[in-house]
Each structure stands twice: as structure tokens, then as C-alpha cells.
Design a protein around this ligand. Structure first.
Ligand SMILES: [Zn+2]
Ligand SMILES: [Zn+2]
Length: 272
């Protein structure tokens, strides 16, 4: 199957699945049709369940033009975060894969935002990537002032492109529930607007992050958005439907959603 997909054809059985597929969410399907790819996905190299090749086959079946691979950074040891060396090795394998892949594979990272607001990877390693998603994964319950300072520090870093799952909340699922982190959302989203960082609409059913009221605030402030799956398995790449439903309900213009843009524009923005 992988061989077939990597030769540039969608595997037969996936073509059948695609033809008969029902969307996960009915609202937002017009917006979903405008999305060209996904900026946040994991492989078995950190805490995903599948090799890159299988994620690529699934992305092809969904009609994606590109998939950004964003495995975790070193500090997230529970997720087997990639050292700079492993990240560089992954980048070389992505270069090889792109020789045959039907979907353009972009190099990325979900980099931890450290307590200081610094990013958990070297500047040189980040410079070698196409897209940088920065997320808070630790000390989620610190006081609002510290969290705001920490998040703005990461947003102001010129290497950051997307602010991942901004509140860290969990609203359902086997990992249990988790409250939203506390921070000054006006300050954080205003920083995103000023520094051209996209606010992620994390499509995972257990996250639905940002919450609706914060989505409306980021919309009113004038932020860019990225609708991402944060997929940890090939089937989860379909979660984009959920994010589109929420973006549609929030009245966010497609032009402000970076994954509606042609890939060259996306890459220019990410490097800008
Ligand atoms: Zn994350
Ligand atoms: Zn993630």
C-alpha cells in the first residue's frame, strides 16, 4: 500500500474510502474543502503510533497537498521528544521521502515553551524547519501573570509560527479532564496578531482548544488561525472536519486561516 501511494497513486482501497466517506462534522464542509494541509501531526518518532510514510498515505487519501510533521522536542521525555540530532535525521529522511511522496512533506516541530518563554530546541535546528508550532506542556497551572509572560515570550520569538492548543484544557476522553490554563488572553492574542503567529484551532475532540469565547476574542483581535489535527495516528488526520465546524461557527474568514493558503505563501509566511 505504501509503495503504491509513494509511486504517486492513491491506493485503491483508500480511493474507495474517499469516495464513500462521510464527513465527521456537517457544518464547515465548504471551509474544509478550502484546506490544503495540516500543520500539526506526530509520528512514532515521538508519541505518534505510525511511521511518517503511513501518515503520508492517509494525508494523500484526504486530498492534502502537504503535511507538516511536528514531533515533540527533547524536554518532553515522556513523548520521546527528538534531540537536534534526531530531528536533523528526520529531516534528511523527509527529503528522501519527498522524492516519491504524493503529498509534500514539510519539516516541522511541536516545540515546548519552557518556563522562561524560550523554545526547547536550538535556533539552528529550528531554522532548518519549515513550520514551528510552539505549545505549553508543563506547569499548566501556573499563575496567570507568569503564564502570560511565558506565552508572549514564545510568540515574540521570530521562529514561532503557530501557538498550539493555547489553554491546554481537556474536555473529554481517557486522559481525564483538565482546566484551562490561566493567562491574559487579550495580551496573548494581541501578541499573536503583532508577531504574525497563527492561533491554532486544535481539532482533537478532547481538546477543542481554544474554547469558543477565546476563539471569538482572537477573531475580534484580528489573529491568523491554523486549523490543525494534532494527529497521533493516520485516522486522526480526519479531525480537520471538527476544527472546520468550530471555525465556521465562529465566523472566521477563510483568508485568515493559513492552511487555506497556497503552500508557497504558507512557507513565505512561516519564514518571514
Ligand atoms: Zn501538544
Ligand atoms: Zn501535538
Amino acid at each position: 500500500m505504501i509503495t503504491q501511494a509513494l509511486e504517486g497513486r492513491v491506493p485503491d482501497y483508500l480511493a474507495k474510502v474517499r469516495a464513500s466517506a462521510k464527513p465527521l462534522a456537517m457544518q464547515g464542509q465548504e471551509l474544509r474543502a478550502l484546506l490544503r494541509g495540516d500543520l500539526h501531526s506526530h509520528t512514532e518518532e515521538s508519541d505518534g503510533s505510525a511511521p511518517i510514510e503511513e501518515m503520508v498515505v492517509a494525508a494523500a487519501a484526504l486530498g492534502h497537498e502537504y503535511l507538516v510533521v511536528t514531533d515533540h522536542s527533547p524536554r518532553l521525555t515522556v513523548a520521546h521528544g527528538l534531540t537536534a540530532e534526531r530531528l536533523a535525521d528526520q529531516g534528511r529522511r523527509i527529503d528522501d521521502l519527498n522524492e516519491v511522496s504524493p503529498v509534500r512533506v514539510l519539516k516541522g516541530i511541536e516545540v515546548d515553551i519552557l518556563d522562561t518563554g524560550a523554545l526547547d530546541q536550538s535556533a539552528a535546528a529550528l531554522d532548518a524547519l519549515d513550520v514551528v508550532v510552539a505549545s505549553v506542556h508543563s506547569k499548566l497551572n501556573q499563575d496567570a501573570e507568569s503564564m502570560t509572560h511565558r506565552m508572549v515570550g514564545a510568540i515574540a520569538n521570530p521562529r514561532t509560527n503557530v501557538l498550539g492548543h493555547c489553554t491546554g484544557r481537556l474536555v473529554e476522553g481517557e486522559r481525564g479532564l483538565r482546566n484551562e490554563s490561566r493567562f491574559d488572553a487579550e495580551v496573548v492574542f494581541e501578541a499573536c496578531r503583532q508577531f504574525g503567529v497563527a492561533v491554532e484551532i486544535n481539532s482533537r475532540p478532547e481538546r477543542r482548544d481554544p474554547p469558543t469565547r477565546l476563539l471569538a476574542l482572537a477573531r475580534d483581535i484580528g489573529c491568523l488561525f491554523s486549523i490543525d489535527t494534532d494527529a497521533h495516528a493516520p485516522g486522526q488526520l480526519e479531525f480537520l472536519d471538527y476544527g472546520c465546524e468550530r471555525a465556521f461557527a465562529a465566523g472566521i474568514a477563510p483568508e485568515r486561516i493559513v492552511n487555506t493558503w497556497p503552500v508557497d505563501r504558507l512557507l513565505d509566511w512561516a519564514k518571514g
